[in-house]
Ligand binder design. Structure first.
Ligand code: 0X9
Ligand code: ZN
Length: 432
């Protein structure tokens, strides 16, 4: 009896301490033929089982996938049947991700943001810290910086834009609209957007030409709830969506993919109606307050807006419309030219290779995203920039590589900004 009770206690304790991702492995797969790519895309449709990331249509490009112990054998059998090259990238994903979370927490304690001065690049910052930095910039550069509350997240976090000008007071300049952290786990996105803000404001002299005839409006953290949630623990580190719960047929699941929630070809290809899926498009278009905020920004600047740039990770791409159809827009050459300016500048700076092309043609359809929405709303240049992969899973560049990545990303953003100011030098009204 005593032994039985003891066993029961041990079992309960073991269960309680069994955490998400125990026994999970990360595999790297490299399809080289169209048939192999198709096979992986078919598996990736079953996103709950096969968590593929940044699977591309380019032969020879490798992708990582997180595999639970339950399906490991089945997965390997398929790969072997199809002759797909694979290797183990991480044999204990649970342990590795715990280490990363602890590192992040430790660095936060060791290097708190004092609330004044430029945010460093040695660690990832919280939404609150990023907001404190915006306040600090507004206080230190009142003639060139204005902050505006543009809405609230589902959980009530304040979303604010920073408008950066050269302080000459001229109204009606063209606009570059930029945002970060649509997807919670893509931490290098807000880090890069915050660095870009720092360059435009604090390194103004060097970047003055970018602000001569253009204002930059930036929302660094779109999905603030998700971003915070992804920093909580190992089991939430890979969170992608917003945090508004949805109940269907008595089953509750959290969050909608804000980048499937836009009301343009909403719930088209590459979006899911399963509310537990990572690419759930939401119960209706613009069900998410965070998507509403970006939509309203797009509309309020569409008469001056030339470039919309949304920063994601990962895969090293500059993606342009369309993302809902393989068809290309009539102005594809303009889009390609500006995108290549970014890719070429990055290549020259660090040697990193970015691929430039249409979202659908390079990845696959993913309808209801903000880039397509901004493009159809009148931004002639609209990009999703997918930053390079890093860390185990691609979304988790270690803190030690933030500095290198954000600087490289800035080189690309600056080059695209410059190309846009050269290509569209007159006030937008003249082009209409
Ligand atoms: O799927 C997405 O939302 C983006 N990729 S990510 O890995 N960061 O999630 C790509 C969006 C590209 N744009 C469109 N499909 N419209
Ligand atoms: Zn993303």
């Amino acid at each position: 009896m005593l032994i039985k009770t003891l066993l029961l206690v041990v079992g309960v304790v073991a269960l309680a301490s069994a955490e998400k991702y125990d026994g999970y492995k990360v595999f790297e797969v490299t399809p080289t033929t169209a048939d192999q790519i198709e096979a992986l895309f078919t598996l990736s449709k079953d996103a709950d089982q096969f968590d593929f990331l940044s699977l591309s249509r380019i032969p020879g490009e490798s992708a990582r996938v997180l595999i639970s112990p339950e399906i490991e054998q089945y997965f390997k059998t398929i790969l072997e049947q199809k002759n797909i090259r694979y290797q183990l990238a991480d044999s204990d994903f649970g342990r590795s991700i715990t280490t990363e979370i602890l590192e992040n927490r430790l660095l936060r304690q060791l290097k708190p943001y004092s609330g004044s001065g430029r945010l460093g690049t040695e660690r990832y910052y919280s939404h609150e810290e990023i907001n404190a930095y915006l306040d600090d910039l507004a206080a230190r550069y009142p003639s060139r910086v204005t902050l505006k509350v543009v809405g609230k997240s589902y959980e009530g976090r304040i979303l604010r834009t920073i408008t950066i000008t050269n302080g000459d007071g001229r109204l009606g300049k063209n606009v570059i609209l930029m945002d970060g952290a649509f997807h919670a786990r893509e931490w290098i996105s807000p880090a890069s957007v915050v660095y870009a803000i720092g360059e435009l404001v604090e390194n103004f002299e060097e970047n003055a030409e970018l602000l001569q005839d253009y204002d930059w409006i930036v929302l660094p953290v779109v999905n603030a709830d998700g971003y915070e949630y992804s920093q909580l623990s190992r089991s939430t580190r890979l969170w992608r969506k917003t945090r508004q719960p949805v109940t269907i047929n008595g089953k509750e699941c959290y969050g909608t993919d804000p980048n499937r929630n836009f009301g343009f070809h909403w719930m088209g290809k590459g979006a899911s109606s399963n509310h537990c899926s990572d690419i759930y498009a939401g119960p209706k278009p613009f069900s998410e307050p965070e998507a509403v905020v970006v939509r309203d920004l797009i509309h309020s600047y569409s008469d001056r807006g030339i470039m919309y740039l949304t920063v994601h990770s990962f895969g090293s791409y500059v993606l342009y419309p369309w993302g809902w159809t393989p068809d290309l827009p009539d102005t594809v050459e303009d889009l390609h030219e500006v995108g290549m300016a970014g890719a070429d500048a990055i290549k020259a700076y660090s040697g990193s290779t970015y691929t430039v092309g249409s979202s659908t043609q390079l990845l696959d359809e993913a309808a209801g995203a903000s880039d397509d929405y901004a493009f159809q709303a009148g931004f002639p240049i609209s990009f999703t920039m997918e930053l390079p992969r890093g860390g185990l899973y691609g979304f988790d560049p270690p803190a030690s590589s933030i500095d290198r990545l954000v600087k490289e990303t800035w080189v690309g953003i600056r080059a695209m900004g410059k190309k846009v100011t050269e290509k569209y030098p007159m006030p937008k009204a003249v082009y209409l």
